[in-house]
Structures are given as structure tokens and as C-alpha cells.
Design a protein around this ligand. Structure first.
Ligand SMILES: [Zn+2]
Length: 106
């Protein structure tokens, strides 16, 4: 109800300003308000997305010390020890996917 009253008031003022001084003086502030609303809503969605990302971090699998997963690069021989598994996609090195090697330490 409140938004409807604001919309009626804005339409009335815009009509009066538009007929008296020209429609560009009525439409320019409305366009500015629309752009400002869009920009603030976009920034707010970025903040909400960040909170979603934090929630997703809690779902990351922390490996047990007995499981030792290594990735190695067949081009240069670099080895990487995996401590926290974020996704199932192996990392890249020397522009190729690294190979996974899992070891169980007893
Ligand atoms: Zn490499």
C-alpha cells in the first residue's frame, strides 16, 4: 500500500514537471532512481553470494591424516599434497591436468 502511494505521488509530480518543463526533466530523475536501485540491488546480491560461499566452505571435505593424496605433474615432476578437497577436479600445472595418486599410510 505504501509503495502504491509513493508511486502515485511520483507519477503526479512527474506529470506536472513533464508538462510544465519538458519530459526530460521528469524522466531523468526516474531513470536515475531506477539505475541507483539496480546498482544497490546488484551489490546486495554480491554480498548474499559471499554468505552462500561461506556456507559452502563448511561442506568441504577435510582429509584424514591416514589418507595421503598427491597430485603430480608429468611435465616437470612437481608434486602437490592435498590437505582439503574442495572439488573433484585435479589442479593444473604446466598447462595440463595433474595426476592423482592416493596412498594409505598405516
Ligand atoms: Zn608442471
Amino acid at each position: 500500500m505504501r509503495k502504491l502511494l509513493i508511486l502515485i505521488a511520483v507519477a503526479t509530480v512527474a506529470t506536472v514537471v513533464g508538462t510544465q518543463y519538458g519530459w526530460r526533466y521528469a524522466l531523468a530523475p526516474l531513470l536515475g532512481i531506477a539505475i541507483w536501485s539496480w546498482a544497490t540491488a546488484t551489490m546486495r546480491s554480491f554480498l548474499n553470494h559471499g554468505q552462500t560461499g561461506v556456507a559452502a566452505v563448511s561442506e568441504i571435505e577435510v582429509l584424514e591424516p591416514e589418507d595421503r593424496t598427491m597430485f603430480w605433474c608429468e611435465e616437470c615432476g612437481t608434486e602437490v599434497l592435498l590437505l582439503v578437497r574442495g572439488s573433484g577436479i585435479p589442479p593444473r600445472h604446466c598447462a595440463t591436468r595433474m595426476h592423482e595418486r592416493a596412498e594409505i599410510i598405516t
